[in-house]
Design a protein around this ligand. Structure first.
Ligand SMILES: Cc1cc2nc3c(=O)[nH]c(=O)nc-3n(C[C@H](O)[C@H](O)[C@H](O)COP(=O)(O)O)c2cc1C
Length: 325
């Protein structure tokens, strides 16, 4: 399939695996890229810029196809040397970066100097237009359905994608809630040039997380996510386990003035990481999206990409064309 995204990113299929903290290691990125889509290593999952450099090398040993790196720029308690991560990405010869979390403008000069194409992930039309204006190559528009941070506007993709497509000139990836080829066909119909998926790629053979987590995603329905941190205006969609439910209770009790200190220990990133690696579902907070209700198997990345592409083409050819022929 040829779209503006396959042309821009030099990939066979317009499918991207979004950055995933504690999941986006070289194994997954390489498997996705080997399947003809675009795999992405998550930069900040590596504790230091030097570790990221090694991870990029490791990925190159597993694939000769293009892959990218995600750089999530968020306010953190411990300062993160973002500039050093950006420099390592550039000097390692990476040509595609997914930015997220904040306006990527301060990082564009170095990325452009090294010929890196920036795909900025954002959750609103205004942020997508701003990213286009400052010079990113493409945007990934994350609807309210998405795992992770959907922003505070709560606009699902059925409205967000066509609203963004109507105003954007650069290529757009649809992101959030996508896991099937029929959904991909719908996104293309709504103006997207390709799709970005997170949760769907967690439930694959190559995802370097515990089998019990993958099975929990398969067993879960679309109802089994929770929105946490809403009172802090830093909403995140996560798997609805006992920790997320307890956080929601505290949030309800405390209201909009809730102090982060009350939940800090429960939601520590280190605990979520233990959940993913040990399979202990209720150890911490871990990210998963509504699309888990559409995930019924744990295929290899190659099987998944092939199935999505076949399903997408079948939907366009047999179902949609059937209505007008
Ligand atoms: C486990 C997990 C961790 C994630 N971590 C990040 C991250 O560190 N940075 C980022 O930009 N997006 C992150 N995301 C969001 C994904 O890149 C993607 O935008 C999102 O998963 C799309 O929604 P979907 O899961 O419904 O496909 C994460 C998603 C998951 C499932």
């Amino acid at each position: 399939m040829k779209t503006r995204i396959t042309e821009l990113l030099g990939i066979e299929y317009p499918i991207v695996q979004g950055g995933m903290q504690n999941v986006g290691y070289a194994e997954l990125a390489a498997a996705v890229s080997n399947a003809g889509a675009l795999g992405i290593i998550t930069g900040l999952t590596q504790p230091t810029p030097e570790d990221l450099e090694k991870e990029i090398k490791r990925c190159r040993e597993m694939t000769d196809k293009p892959f990218g790196v995600n750089l999530t720029i968020l306010p953190t308690i411990k300062p993160v040397p973002y500039e050093e991560y950006a420099r390592v990405i550039c000097e390692s010869g990476i040509k595609i970066v997914e930015t997220a979390g904040r306006n990527p403008e301060p990082f564009l000069p170095i990325f452009h100097e090294y010929g890196v194409k920036v795909v900025h992930k954002c959750t609103s039309v205004r942020h997508a237009l701003k990213a286009e204006k400052v010079g990113v190559a493409a945007v990934s528009v994350d609807g309210f359905e998405c795992a992770g941070h959907p922003g505070e506007d709560d606009i699902p993709n059925l409205v967000l994608l066509p609203a963004a497509a109507a105003q954007l000139k650069i290529p757009m990836l649809a992101s959030g809630g996508i896991g099937t080829g029929a959904q991909m066909a719908a996104c293309l119909a709504l103006g997207a040039d390709g799709i970005n998926m997170g949760t769907r790629f967690m439930a694959t053979k190559e995802a370097p997380i515990h089998e019990k987590i993958k099975q929990a995603i398969v067993d879960a329905s679309e109802l089994d996510t929770a929105l946490v941190y809403r009172p802090l205006k830093n909403t995140a969609r996560v798997y609805k386990n006992s920790v997320a439910q307890r956080v929601n209770e505290i949030e309800r009790e405390q209201g909009k003035d809730m102090a982060f200190e009350l939940i800090r220990d429960m939601v520590a990133g280190a605990k979520g990481k233990v959940s993913l690696s040990s399979g202990d579902i209720d150890h911490g907070i871990w990210t998963s999206g509504m699309v888990q209700g559409l995930i019924h198997a744990i295929p290899s990345c190659e099987e998944l990409v092939r199935e999505i592409m076949n399903d997408c083409e079948r939907t366009i050819r047999d179902r949609l064309l059937g209505f007008i022929s």
